[in-house]
Write a protein that binds this ligand. Structure first.
Ligand code: HEC
Ligand code: HEC
Ligand code: HEC
Length: 175
């Protein structure tokens, strides 16, 4: 009997350890991406701050936002509504680290994946495969269409990837 109990205990420990491993990807927030503000990296953080994505959460506090929410019978603040946060914030409903702030709107990890598991390794080119295995995403047009495609909450501009990418692109310097 003792043996069976022990086996069960060990087994459930293994399962929970696996569970932890699977869930360890958390959204850490743009402040954790400060290396990307170095000139030699391409200052992606500065570029991002000037895009509308950095305001995606605060825009939910405008009159226009209240109007949109009312039209969809959303009671309560749009800035707390699931229906709006899905596109106006990052990683909605998923695990976040204590460094994460919803106020940051649509930040790096909305397109590049939750970074807790890859942030420490992705800076070395030779670690690229490992970083991808740890959740780093190669963003492309499909990434955009999660939020710029069909929208049941309000009308949006037609999405033209080429044109809109020009407005938010943030390349690494060549060389
Ligand atoms: C499917 C994704 C998606 C959802 C859900 C969504 N939005 Fe938006 N929202 C966008 C995008 C994309 C834009 C950028 C404007 C554009 O491309 O036309 C935007 C822009 C806005 C703007 C600023 C531009 C304008 O039209 O005045 C406001 C305000 C806004 N949304 C409020 C809301 C509110 C409130 C909700 C919830 C009721 C909501 N959004 C839900 C994707 C979404
Ligand atoms: C709206 C989506 C989106 C957001 C937000 C975003 N990126 Fe990107 N990023 C992309 C896409 C698309 C590419 C081009 C394809 C790729 O390399 O993944 C890219 C490329 C990059 C590259 C590679 C550039 C190169 O020339 O190799 C870096 C580094 C990067 N992003 C960092 C960041 C950082 C840091 C932030 C936040 C401050 C950020 N990104 C925010 C979509 C985004
Ligand atoms: C997580 C949702 C999300 C993703 C993914 C996303 N966006 Fe956005 N995007 C938004 C929201 C929300 C706004 C509106 C923010 C505001 O008006 O304050 C916006 C606004 C924009 C704007 C400004 C539009 C305007 O009204 O001037 C551009 C350009 C843009 N996005 C490009 C892109 C591109 C290119 C990609 C993919 C590489 C992308 N976005 C991916 C949510 C998203």
């Amino acid at each position: 009997m003792k043996r069976i109990v022990c086996t069960i205990v060990v087994f459930s420990f293994l399962i929970s350890a696996l569970g932890v491993a699977q869930n360890k990807n958390k959204f850490v927030g743009v402040n954790t991406c400060a290396c990307h503000n170095l000139a030699k990296q391409g200052k992606q953080v500065d570029v991002w701050k000037k895009t509308k994505h950095a305001e995606a959460f605060t825009v939910l506090k405008t009159e226009k936002a209240t109007e949109y929410a009312k039209a969809k019978n959303i009671t309560g603040a749009p800035s707390e509504a699931k229906e709006c946060l899905e596109c106006h914030s990052t990683g909605f409903g998923q695990e976040v680290d204590k460094s994460f702030k919803v106020e940051m709107g649509v930040q790096c990890e909305a397109c590049h994946g939750a970074a807790s598991a890859y942030k420490a390794i992705h800076n070395k080119p030779e670690n690229k495969e490992k970083a991808i295995a740890a959740g780093m995403l190669k963003a492309d047009e499909k990434t955009c269409s999660q939020c710029h495609g069909e929208n049941k909450m309000h009308d949006i501009k037609e999405f033209n990837f080429k044109k809109m990418w020009e407005e938010i692109k943030h390349p690494m310097p060549k060389g």
